[in-house]
Every structure is written in structure tokens, then in C-alpha cells.
Design a protein around this ligand. Structure first.
Ligand code: GRF
Length: 203
């Protein structure tokens, strides 16, 4: 299965996917493209080091979302992408990409959705004072972190835990959960019915 990863930041999840492939925890999967909307983001350096072709663009140089998403679709179709993984991509996906890749875009978010959607799921959970937060992988729809939930894993928050400590533990969980869901997708184990996702372990 040919995968494109979209990222805007550090790219630790992007690298975790490639590590899982290298260590054969992920089988039958190839990352054929990194799509990045921030020319200065660290994820670009990771892609260079790991030899993954990248498409980095500056949204400010386009008239609107439709224009840059059309360009992305064109590039992805050239390399036969079958699944798009958003891993820290800080933009809402518009109708152009959603229609071209219906049911084939997933996102990872650092909270137990529907709690704490948005830019700072980790900080918002800490500030609110919840005792349990976690990680969610979900299908992407037009909303903000609102699509059908595929998998979640809880992380408890310690009494004196700092943002940095919690972020490290959340990322560790992300780096395990995201490759697992990608493998389910490749193996045809994920069935979507309305908002409800079922994982068919027998498939
Ligand atoms: C992750 O916490 C992910 O859940 C969120 O953005 C962060 C990306 O981290 N959507 P990284 O760039 O993969 O290190």
C-alpha cells in the first residue's frame, strides 16, 4: 500500500512510520511522499535523511486552498497514493482532497477525542485538569478533529506532570498506535459504517 504522510512540524510520527517499516513491524507498506506546508519544518530534514521524496509548498503563494490542494492531488495521483496519513499537519483538509481520497485520509491527535480537539490537545488537557488523556487515530472529515474514530489509547496524567513529560509519553503512544492503524488499513481490517468504525480482526 502506497502511503503519503502530511506533516507541518517535527515529524517524529513520520519517522516512527519509517522505523516500523524498517523493523518489519509494518509490512507491505511504502511511504512514497512527504507533503509539507512549512519549508522550514524539521520533518523536511528527516525526509531528506531517510530518502523519502517530498513535496514542500508555501500556502501563501497560492490563491486559496482549492488551488494548492489540486496541486497536491495531481502529485499524489502520479505516484498512486492509496492512503493519506496526517501526522501533525496543521491545516484543515478541504473538499478537493476529501473528494479525491474519500475514506482514505486518517489523522493522529494527542487527546481522547472528542475532548480537546485543535492545536494543543496536550496543553488543553493539562490545563483542564483531566486525569486521563491519550491518543486518537480517526478518519478525516471537513471538521476539526471530528471524523469517525478508529483507535484510541489512554494515558494517565501524573500529579506533578509537566507539559514536556506528558508530551514525551503521548508521543511514545502515538509512535506505536499510528503504525498499528496503518497496518489495519492495509490489511482491509477497518470497516466504516456512518460514524462507527469496526476493526475486523479476522480479515
Ligand atoms: C502529534 O502530537 C500529533 O498527534 C499531532 O501533532 C503532533 C505531531 O508531532 N497531530 P510530530 O511532528 O509527529 O513529532
Amino acid at each position: 500500500m502506497r502511503v503519503a504522510v502530511f506533516a507541518s512540524g517535527s515529524g517524529s510520527n513520520f519517522e516512527a512510520i519509517l522505523t516500523a517499516i524498517k523493523e518489519q513491524r509494518l509490512r507491505g507498506i511504502e511511504v512514497v511522499k512527504l507533503v509539507c506546508d512549512k519549508p522550514t519544518a524539521l520533518v523536511n530534514e528527516r525526509a531528506e535523511r531517510l530518502g523519502i521524496p517530498r513535496m514542500t509548498f508555501d500556502p501563501k503563494l497560492f490563491q486559496n486552498k482549492t488551488e494548492y490542494e489540486s496541486m497536491i492531488v495531481e502529485q499524489l495521483q502520479k505516484v498512486d497514493v492509496e492512503l493519506i496519513v496526517l501526522a501533525g499537519y496543521m491545516r484543515l483538509i478541504g473538499p478537493t482532497l476529501l473528494e479525491a481520497y474519500e475514506g482514505k485520509i486518517i489523522n493522529i491527535h494527542p487527546s481522547l477525542l472528542p475532548a480537546f480537539p485543535g492545536r494543543d490537545g496536550i496543553g488543553d488537557a493539562l490545563k483542564y485538569g483531566v486525569k486521563i488523556t491519550g491518543v486518537t487515530v480517526h478518519f478525516v472529515d471537513a471538521g476539526l478533529d471530528s471524523g469517525p474514530i478508529i483507535a484510541q489509547q489512554a494515558v494517565s496524567i501524573g500529579n506533578e506532570e509537566t507539559y514536556e513529560q506528558l508530551a514525551v509519553r503521548i508521543h511514545q503512544v502515538e509512535h506505536e498506535l499510528l503504525p498499528k492503524v496503518i497496518q489495519w488499513f492495509a490489511d482491509g481490517k477497518i470497516k466504516l459504517n456512518g460514524r462507527i468504525v469496526k476493526i475486523n480482526e479476522m480479515a
